[in-house]
Design a protein around this ligand. Structure first.
Ligand code: MCA
Ligand code: AMP
Length: 504
């Protein structure tokens, strides 16, 4: 039976003897073995009662089996909901409840924290650890290496990826089989991926970049991936000579540049370096070329839209731009107030449409309606312009968002928590330039009359509420927040004032 994504990405490899994964200890996993593992995991999901369309929430360390679990969700018709491993129990609670998960897969070390959450929401708890072992692995081991693929159409959901809103709760972007496959096909072609490519994979597998862009492209092209648990500089330097391509957030590149061992000999054989998820400074682009001879290919994407634009493989990779729209993507820049299209060169809101754009937000029709124009264009919240020759330049964000090391932090969520702290009248959370992470999280606090604030005590008390990467790394106390005549906090003034919060 037809299953759009499975048939394109996984089924063709059922008899493929070539290596798909190269693991940190040097061992390899052949394509056919990966497909068999997917079948066993799909059998395990069905044995647990998973039915087509059910949500499977996964918060596990990165491993070959965790990656196979993505394939298993596709093959069994389930909807994968991957979660950042840094999320606290309170955060996981929301996702499991909102998505009405059938299964929650977590690290065995998290069972005590997450067991009650699974129980409360009627989800079945399973485990997978960093070695890919756990109750789900044990269940899968008893399943056959073949699984009757569940039929899924182009418009059926493959994944729910949550992104926070500028106000209020996190929203699940509904990604269909067609959304994911169409983008993969375009990127394999645009970036010339082939079966001889070896991709150095150090990104997390709970976000689009590591999960869909890197993995789906490798699968469709039939290439292999060196699957590292995360970004470790020594491991990167060890593995770079064995790879031909790498995808990373800008922090990957600045960290490599900070090491004198990044020399042309190390990467002379490389075919392609891709950067995305956060702005790559033009100086990083220039410095990387000077040090290695490679021009990083920068592209622009979003959880809701997959990849939208890309600098060309052949042709000029222009520093400070994200390149023209990818084939099939129609992109325009409009006046944020009126929605009127702006001429080339003028800065406004970036809006786009194409087969890559998600179907809206899970069970939030009003949020979906707000995110799209009546003619179907998705409002990205990013500000930019289209240069005369079609290259897109992102110049800022119309949405209140901090991107730190490629992770998104929505200030509102942090501010709500800070405002609850004793002695705090109000707060503003901003991003300040950070030498390693691009932006770092800064909290500006206003005390209640007569109160004196203890930043350390406040930092300690927000610790269990939100993931570590969202927690402010600098606290400042001010008498009042700057406001415009409408009473809105002028964060641009705060960003200027605290721009050196993380100065080297
Ligand atoms: C780790 N920490 C962070 C971050 N990561 N703090 C702020 N921002 C971060 N991104 C904190 C930890 O809590 C810890 O704090 C300390 O830093 C060290 O943790 P560790 O895990 O050792 O950090 P790391 O391994 O050095 O990780 C940094 C990293 C990682 C390599 C930049 O965050 C990363 O892999 N980021 C990639 C994110 C990504 O894939 N984004 C794509 C999403 P403490 O020591 O105080 O406890 S966007 C997307 O998918 C769209 C569609 C797109 O366009 O691609
Ligand atoms: P997310 O919702 O986590 O997928 O983050 C998407 C956001 O990351 C976009 O809306 C942009 O603000 C930002 N982003 C992604 N790629 C780039 C890039 N190459 N340059 C600048 N910003 C980027």
């Amino acid at each position: 039976m037809a299953n759009v994504l499975y048939d394109a990405l996984f089924a063709p490899h059922a008899q493929n003897d070539r290596d798909f994964l190269i693991l940190p200890d040097g061992s390899t996993l052949a394509y056919h073995a990966f497909v068999a593992e997917i079948a066993r995991l799909a059998g395990a999901l069905v044995a647990l009662g998973v039915e087509p369309g059910d949500r499977v929430v996964v918060q596990t360390p990165k491993s070959a089996r965790a990656l196979a679990l993505y394939g298993a969700c596709v093959q069994s018709g389930a909807v994968l909901l991957p979660l950042n491993t840094a999320y606290t129990a309170a955060e996981v609670d929301y996702f499991v409840g909102d998505a009405q998960a059938r299964v929650l897969v977590c690290d065995p070390a998290a069972v005590e924290r997450l067991g009650p959450i699974a129980e409360e929401h009627g989800a079945i708890l399973q485990t997978l650890d960093a070695a890919g072992e756990g109750s789900l692995a044990a269940l899968a081991a008893d399943q056959p290496a073949r699984f009757e693929t569940v039929a899924r159409d182009a418009d059926d959901l493959a994944a729910l990826l949550y992104t926070s809103g500028t106000t209020g709760r996190s929203k699940g972007a509904m990604l269909t089989h067609a959304n994911l496959l169409s983008n993969t096909e375009v990127l394999v072609d645009a970036w010339r991926f082939g079966a001889d490519d070896v991709l150095l994979h150090a990104l997390p597998i709970f976000h689009t970049h590591g999960l869909f862009v890197a993995t789906n492209i490798s699968l469709l092209a039939g290439g292999s991936m060196i699957l590292l648990p995360g970004f470790d500089l020594e491991a990167m330097l060890r593995w770079l000579p064995k790879a031909t391509t790498m995808m990373g957030v800008p922090t990957f590149y600045t960290r490599l540049l900070d090491d004198p061992r990044l020399r042309p000999e190390l990467v002379g054989h490389f075919r392609l370096f891709v950067s995305g998820s956060a702005p790559l400074l033009a100086e990083t682009h220039v410095e990387f070329e000077a040090r290695t001879g490679h021009r990083i290919l920068e592209r622009y994407g979003m959880t809701e839209t997959n990849m939208n634009t890309s600098n060309p493989y052949e042709g000029e990779r222009r520093a400070g731009t994200v390149g023209p729209p990818l084939p099939g993507v129609s992109l325009r820049v409009v006046d944020p107030e009126t929605g009127a299209a702006l001429p080339r060169g003028e800065i406004g809101m970036i809006e786009l449409t194409g087969p890559n754009v998600c179907q809206g937000y899970w069970r939030m029709p009003e949020k979906t309606a707000e995110a799209f124009r009546p003619d179907g264009y998705f409002i990205t919240g990013d500000l930019g312009c289209i240069e005369e020759d079609g290259y897109v330049r992102i110049v800022g964000r119309g949405k209140d968002l901090v991107i730190s090391g490629g992770f998104n932090i929505y200030p509102k969520e942090v501010e709500l928590l800070l405002d609850e702290q004793p002695g705090v009248l109000e707060s503003a959370v901003i991003g300040a330039p950070h030498p390693d992470l691009g932006e770092g999280v800064v909290a500006v606090l206003v005390p209640r009359a007569g109160a004196s604030l203890d930043a350390e005590a406040i930092a300690a008390s927000v610790r269990d509420g939100i993931a570590r990467f969202k927690q402010p790394r600098r606290y400042y106390v001010v008498d009042e927040l700057p406001r415009n005549t409408m009473g809105k906090v002028q964060k641009n003034l705060l960003r200027e004032r605290f721009s050196d919060a993380f100065a080297r």
